[in-house]
Design a protein around this ligand. Structure first.
Ligand SMILES: Nc1ncnc2c1ncn2[C@@H]1O[C@H](COP(=O)(O)OP(=O)(O)OP(=O)(O)O)[C@@H](O)[C@H]1O
Ligand SMILES: [Mg+2]
Length: 232
């Protein structure tokens, strides 16, 4: 097993060309160990979502490499990249993006269906829903639950493929402060219980306490990398 679950090596991302050229990321490098809880912080436009898109294999770097679970993803073709993404990564967005014509349980099992690995998928989904306290809601439709509950379903859905890394872009951005706090506590407890690696983009690092790593970016560059010890 690789020492690092994620290695970002000398990544540049340039959008547009000539007069429209924007350097969204410049020579970014960092590594993440299995089971770490990491935050990416920075002001609006600093490059956080661009970086998450590179790590999430939703877009390719202009230069540099993203290595996930020891695999250099730059050598994968588009088909290989999609299937690698589906098996190795989980995504949580600002809005839960649940399908309203599927039940909560069906929403959670969907990534397994797409992956073609339905064996034990229903049992494992039910068990995860129990872990996040939504056992009683699993037969409701996606649009019949609260925003905070929907985000917990989205978190469960991101975990069902047992991904190497779960990525979240402002996962509490659409929630009231009570639901936001509950969501953060849930992510932290899943991190401890399942030894699940999380990388979370946030505007408000102070919502989170006791994280393993904080990378601050400004104008597409890392300006600070803090480890656990310096955060306590
Ligand atoms: N598809 C794109 N085409 C051109 N420029 C882009 C594109 N996406 C992002 N950018 C630019 O890249 C820079 C970084 O954007 P990014 O979305 O990564 O910022 P962010 O840190 O996520 O900001 P926010 O906190 O507002 O979400 C910005 O200057 C933005 O305008
Ligand atoms: Mg963003």
């Amino acid at each position: 097993m690789a020492d690092y679950v994620l290695e970002v090596k000398n990544v540049d991302k340039v959008y547009g060309q000539d007069e429209t050229e924007v350097y969204a990321l410049r020579n970014l490098s960092f590594s993440v160990k299995r089971g770490e809880f990491m935050l990416i912080v920075g002001s609006s436009g600093s490059g956080k979502s661009t970086l998450l898109n590179m790590i999430g294999l939703l877009d390719r770097p202009t230069r540099g490499k993203v290595i996930i679970d020891g695999v250099d993803t730059s050598v994968l073709n588009d088909n290989q990249l999609s299937s690698f993404r589906n098996s190795k990564l989980g995504f949580i967005f600002q809005s839960s993006n649940l399908l309203s014509d599927l039940t909560v349980l069906e929403n959670v099992t969907l990534p397994r269906k797409i992956q073609g690995s339905m064996q034990n998928a229903v049992e494992e989904s039910k068990s995860l829903l129990k872990t996040v306290g939504l056992e009683s809601q699993m037969h409701k439709f996606g649009n019949q639950i609260s925003g905070g509950q929907a985000q917990r379903v989205a978190i469960t859905r991101a975990l069902v493929n047992k991904p190497a890394v779960v990525l979240a872009d402002e996962p509490t951005g659409n929630l009231d402060s009570v639901s936001a706090e509950a969501t953060i506590q849930l992510l932290k407890s899943l991190n401890r219980k399942l030894y699940q690696t999380f990388i979370i983009v946030t505007h408000d690092r102070h919502q989170f306490s006791e994280v393993d790593k904080v990378v601050t970016i400004k104008d597409g560059r890392i300006v600070k990398e803090e480890m656990e010890a310096s955060l306590i």
